[in-house]
Design a protein around this ligand. Sequence first.
Ligand code: IPE
Ligand code: IPE
Ligand code: MG
Length: 249
Amino acid sequence: MNTPVAAVEHRRPEERALRHVAIIMDGNGRWARLRGLPRAAGHQAGAEAARRTLRACIEHRIEHLTLFAFSSENWRRPEEEIEDLMNLLRFYLKKEVSHLKERGVRLDFIGDRSGLAPDILDIMARAERETAEGEALKVHVALNYGGRDEIARAARALAKECVEGVLTPEAVDETMLAARLDTHGAPDPDLVIRTSGEQRLSNFLVWQAAYAELVFIPVLWPDFSRADLDAAIEAFHKRERRYGAVAAP
Ligand code: IPE
Ligand code: IPE
Ligand code: MG
């Protein structure tokens, strides 16, 4: 680690590139309430916004899009709302897979699968299998996902390998832990967008977003438009990512 500045200078042009956008799709409930509709109607409109955003990301030639669909904390919601969300997921995944395949989308799910219903696990596995050849955009859907839970599961995997003797504790470093996260193989998000005006991560990609640029948009997720995405991307390109180094002259 003797030439950190040179290394950072060398990396800079590429680091300005926007490869991975991650979105906390928030505000469905408020969108519905404003219209006197049930929360489920907000989630339905939110699913349409996700479809639109996916298309826009392909046009922007973004390589990875991560969508926060259901957090490990969202089980605290009323049973009926959870059921509505799971049914929406069943419906969209079944309906959309062939369209996604045509568009060159590759689907991947992150989060703790052990908490999900068996039929949803089947639908997820099929969606991943059927879109495995997609090269236009990789879409990571965060389902029963919590950043701390993900890190704890990765730590558990490392501990197990140490006990089994295939790894020594001294060998454990950031790269090794990152390789055991659900997101292994994907670059860290460059840009994290949260809609609805809330300004927090809510346990989303807490490890991976360490150096992400954060953009908070006061628009409720079902209203998120192409123009909102364009504006967030423009804001990203105006930022200077320093990674702890000094500002460019
Ligand atoms: C985001 O919208 C969708 C999920 C968390 C599943 P919300 O349902 O959180 O909407 P608000 O925040 O209550 O408006
Ligand atoms: C985060 O939104 C989770 C998703 C968007 C899926 P929440 O609405 O659950 O977050 P909090 O409760 O406002 O922090
Ligand atoms: Mg919310």
